[in-house]
Ligand binder design. Sequence first.
Ligand SMILES: Nc1ncnc2c1ncn2[C@@H]1O[C@H](COP(=O)(O)OP(=O)(O)O)[C@@H](O)[C@H]1O
Ligand SMILES: [Mg+2]
Length: 626
Amino acid sequence: MPENHVEPKDRSAARSLLRLWPYVKPVRIRLFGAAGVAVVASCLGLVIPLVLKWIVDGPVAHHDPGGVWLGALYLLLLGIAEALLFGLRRWMVARPLAGVEASMRADLYRHLQRLPVAFHDRWASGQLLSRGTTDLMLLRMFLAFPLTFLLVNATTILAGFIILLVQQWTLGLVLLAPVVPLVILCSVFETKYALVARKAQDQVGDLTTVVEESVLGIRIIKGFGRHRSQALAFHGLSQRLRGTELDKARLLAGIWAFITTIPELAIGAALVLGTIQVADGDLSAGTLVAFLSTALALRWPVESIGFLLAMSQESATATERFFEVMDVAEEHETAGDVSAEPSGTDGMVFEGVEFRYPDAEAGSVPVLTRIDLRIRPGETMALVGATGSGKTTLTALVPRLHDATAGRITLDGVDITDMPRERLRKLVSVAFEEPTLFSATVGENVLMGAEGAGEDDLRRALSIAQADFVHDLPQGVDTQVGEQGLSLSGGQRQRLALARAVVGQPRFLVLDDPLSALDVHTETLVEAALRRVLESTTAVVVAHRPSTVMLADRVALLSEGRISAVGTHQELLRSNAEYAWLMSGAESSLSAEPTAYEAAEDTLAAYVSGDGARAMDVPAEEGSAR
Ligand SMILES: Nc1ncnc2c1ncn2[C@@H]1O[C@H](COP(=O)(O)OP(=O)(O)O)[C@@H](O)[C@H]1O
Ligand SMILES: [Mg+2]
């Protein structure tokens, strides 16, 4: 399991919840105002027994029906005032708290955008999703309800006990007796509940991950008839969550049983003692009525404490889960030598580059070792290697999706770690193996590749990528694509991704196998167009087929994380057995898969990318569907 399953350590709920202060601060006046209103409303409830006492000892004792009616009117007014005040409280907190939730969610999203790729590699997306939804909703509810009512109930109980003790201190003490065992029980409950609450919330995250994966991978699930096993896996997880929720309910039921019974017993005892005192003439009937109704009025504030504590515990957990993500450092900007302008004479240079994934075991062989490579200005270098040799990893280092663990990469003489990321990413354009489109129009998806690019750039990029199919879409470049729009075939998406990479006319271009999903005919067209782009840029192109390799001036062969040969296609074909082997096998399958397992994996990948057509030997263009 990834480390997002943090064992709840020794921590206090209050300390966790205090971290919410920066978000609550802007609405503090309203929130505390509302709490004040609630305290007043709740304490008004305590006046009711005093009016009762006045009715019993006054009008009732003196047989004065008018006085009784007057007392009833007072009671009615008090009840109405209490209800109105609680309504006012609700109105006061609703809007500001929705704002708090929204701003926390926006912060989380913004932070997620800035976290390094390594973070996203490590964290399950469902865990992030559940933190951004369920956990934040819990926090809003906490601020609206338990936070206020813990305060309100504490004040009410305190005021109530003072009234009780003033009325008849001996009876008051009888009621106070259960406080000590209850406090102990509550603290035991809290510790236990914290553990289960954390477990439940993590399990919700796991469940979210499964749902998300199966929605994204629905083609694979259906294609391989896995819906039953997938449903079973889901059932298993949801049973686990159900078990945890039942544990929570059991704990809550347990504490609730004590919290309700113990005070009832105390009230019973007080009733017996009080009745004896009234019979002996030591106490007025009115005082006993007032005493008991005060005690009964305090029942709800006391009973609700277990429930409020449980909610606070869950909110503390939600806060922790929120800050676990927020506390991860964003991609740090090295205060580099910004003044160093690329001179335009050095091209792209890898010097002794070594890379190991952050989650790799210490002491394992690095994915890339001693990469020394110089791509001259304007040159195109093809990167060839077997599956798993590290080609994708190498291309990810240039835009700094990961940072090299040793050595350096320079662009026109400037170390990429000395450049502000924003500038680096303007200088370098990338197209990845998996062409991702967002829920936006075709035009917006392509123009994402460069800030400030206009209509002309869009047209040029689409024509370079041979993406003319765009003009046949229902609304041309304004057609919605992505999850919420038209589905495109893998080949179509690759061409849009390519257009996105070239739209800003970047100085450096990094293409990770950009033509893999194209049919042979389209590939030739794209290659012809690409040739024009590559003339003016310094580029690295991961390639599998001789036809793509031909676009490059030179070829670097990557085997097991090392550059084992550099030269022209012809030179390497003659002198390097591995290269010749890779290229000869390349015509029949797209990449040189040494094992059947990896071949199957590639078919899967084709399915994942929505390009089921290719996997079934149907021209890619047929694969489009809504
Ligand atoms: N995010 C990652 N975390 C850990 N290991 C990875 C990650 N991505 C790839 N690898 C490993 O790095 C090696 C090289 O992968 P990759 O660069 O994708 O190869 P290629 O693109 O040449 O097929 C593989 O052994 C792969 O298992
Ligand atoms: Mg790859």
